[in-house]
Write a protein that binds this ligand. Structure first.
Ligand code: ATP
Ligand code: MG
Length: 278
């Protein structure tokens, strides 16, 4: 497939310009996955550089969540390869992906509702009282708050129980929890879907900070504004495959919608410059 980005970047020929694998922190090719008779992924390909935000967009059911689940070890692809920092990897579990520095915040958040913000942030590496076997909740709450503040997340008390937080606060805590592990790749599946305006800004700010630290970020979103605000590049999924790659600053909403719709229809005329879908 020739993408508009390739045309603008000098008309490179697909197949001849395959970059060296180590240009990318993540490079996945030909990912294929069926659930029974449903083909969720049909040979999808994705590349991610360190220090960039890649927006992944597509209609409901296009395979976005399944794609990132193959990258985070939740779903084993039926076919395809994943390179992490130039090395071929096979993730047998989410733990295997996390051990390489791939942190994921899933669409259905995985926070422990009955625990405090601090306990969630410290889950699995809780602080204890100096040399004693019991947990130091005050110290965890204090340092959780300091950590959240450094990330620009204010007004979330470390000792608050997660089920009492607003949707936006929970989302911010979930992202902060992933960031706390100093990932090399941060994957966010619809982190702004249910958020108010200010909360969205908080999450997007966090994405910018993480990118500035050299982390590669994959952001799945249905909100077009998010794409234009923080994404450097876009990967558009359609029926289980990557139908287009676009550079955000060189594209338009019409072009994105054209590809989300599968690269045909009336948007084609309006988008004008699009001649390269194949
Ligand atoms: N565990 C599963 N078992 C059966 N079918 C699944 C499973 N996970 C995904 N699917 C199917 O695979 C297809 C792709 O789903 P996926 O969740 O990847 O889409 P998506 O692009 O993330 O959609 P959305 O925007 O609604 O989140 C859908 O048809 C979905 O029903
Ligand atoms: Mg999804």
């Amino acid at each position: 497939m020739v993408t508009p980005e390739e045309h603008e970047d000098g008309g490179s020929v697909p197949g001849l310009d395959t970059p060296e694998p180590d240009d990318f922190v993540l490079q996945a090719s030909d990912l294929t996955k069926s659930f029974g008779s449903v083909a969720a992924l049909r040979g999808a390909t994705l590349e991610l550089r360190a220090g960039e935000v890649l927006g992944v967009v597509g209609d409901n059911g296009a395979g976005k969540s399944t794609l990132i689940k193959t990258l985070s070890g939740v779903v084993a692809p039926d076919r395809g390869t994943i390179f992490f920092a130039g090395e071929l990897v096979h993730f047998s579990s989410p733990r295997a992906a996390r051990s390489l520095g791939i942190e994921t915040v899933y669409q259905d958040l995985a926070l422990c509702e009955h625990l405090t913000v601090a306990r969630n942030l410290y889950l699995g590496r809780e602080l204890t009282r100096h040399g004693l076997p019991w947990l130091d909740d005050r110290r965890m709450a204090r340092s959780a708050e300091q950590f959240l503040e450094r990330l620009g997340i204010v007004a979330v008390p470390g000792d608050a129980v997660v089920r009492n937080l607003s949707g936006g606060q929970r989302q911010a805590v979930a992202v902060a929890k992933a960031v706390a592990f100093s990932p090399r790749v941060l994957i966010l599946d619809e982190p702004t879907a249910a958020l108010g305006v200010r909360e969205v800004e908080q999450v997007l700010d966090l994405v910018r900070r993480v990118r500035a630290d050299g982390v590669g970020v994959i952001l799945i979103t249905h909100r077009m504004q998010d794409l234009f605000e923080v994404c450097d590049r876009l990967l558009i999924m359609y029926e289980g495959t990557d139908i287009a790659r676009l550079t955000t600053k060189n594209t338009t909403l019409e072009e994105i919608v054209y590809y989300i719709d599968g690269g045909s229809g009336r948007e084609h005329q309006r988008a004008g410059s699009i001649t390269s879908a194949s």
